[in-house]
Design a protein around this ligand. Structure first.
Ligand code: ZN
Length: 266
């Protein structure tokens, strides 16, 4: 009986499903509304801020905000205020969450050695959000075993028809795009969208290639998002080199209007 209930609930959820298209034209299954994803992003980010140590270093914060703000100002949709937080940690990592949140770990700055390289990472992370990658991941988790376990949990607590409860269970179990690793296709898509974004913001896209060379030299210290199931460094560098033909003209055009004034602290 319980099995049937779970199947029924899964079918109910599926009716809300629509096929979307990603920025590079892939078909995507997105089960959650952007409002639901924003809520999930908001609560996940609040949780992460409680868990991690927030950096009070003024110069470091000013630098990271300078770079991140310039990237978000290049977004076509300016309706969302983006929150930027620097975490004090040796992790070579950064992430962005739906709802407009960006987290940068101070350890990243040992590998992303200039503003253009930092913009590469921030552009990549924002691209994951723009392309609905966490929605895709959470939807996938719901459609597979992880979703069923959570459904079971929610059923036990009074019925899965209560979508808010389901969201709460999901939010506790997974921090969107933070613990759930992205797939290779999503990574390569985030590179494509991210490099165009950084170029439009006036950062040199050629530095994206240098960043991944540094990342490859840095080895095993990368955090979950930058490590995850990323393509090999070699593949990624080759793809980024190919993208220069399209990204460089965007950069040259944006240089006329934006000046690179983000100063890395010594
Ligand atoms: Zn990524």
């Amino acid at each position: 009986m319980k099995g049937i209930l779970i199947l029924l609930s899964a079918a109910l959820f599926l009716t809300g499903c629509a096929t979307h298209q990603s920025p590079t034209g892939r078909g995507q299954t997105l089960l959650f509304s952007s409002q639901e994803m924003s809520q999930l992003g908001d609560s996940s980010f609040a949780q992460i801020k409680q868990q991690e140590k927030i950096s009070q270093d003024k110069a470091l914060n000013a630098y990271v905000h300078c770079v991140a703000d310039r990237v978000t100002q290049a977004l076509p949709d300016q309706s969302l205020p983006w929150e930027v937080v620097v975490f004090e940690s040796d992790q070579v990592n950064a992430f962005a969450l739906p709802g407009g949140h960006i987290g940068v770990y101070s350890g990243l700055l040992d590998v992303a050695v200039n503003a253009d390289q930092l913009a590469t990472v921030i552009g990549h992370e924002i691209a994951h959000v723009l392309a609905n990658h966490s929605n895709e991941q959470v939807s996938r988790a719901q459609l597979t075993g992880a979703g069923m376990q959570l459904a079971d949990l929610a059923l036990g607590a009074g019925g899965i028809a209560d979508k808010e409860l389901y969201m709460a269970a999901l939010g506790l179990g997974v921090q969107v795009g933070y613990i759930l690793p992205y797939g290779r296709e999503q990574e390569s898509e985030a590179d494509v969208v991210g490099v165009e974004l950084m170029a439009k913001a006036g950062f040199d896209p050629a530095q994206s290639v240098e960043l991944w060379k540094n990342m490859s030299k840095a080895g095993g210290e990368q955090g979950p998002e930058l490590l995850s199931t990323h393509p090999s460094h070699g593949q990624r560098i080759a793809q980024l080199q190919q993208m220069q033909a399209k990204a460089q003209p965007l950069y040259q055009a944006s240089k006329l209007s934006v000046k690179n004034t983000c100063q890395r602290p010594k």
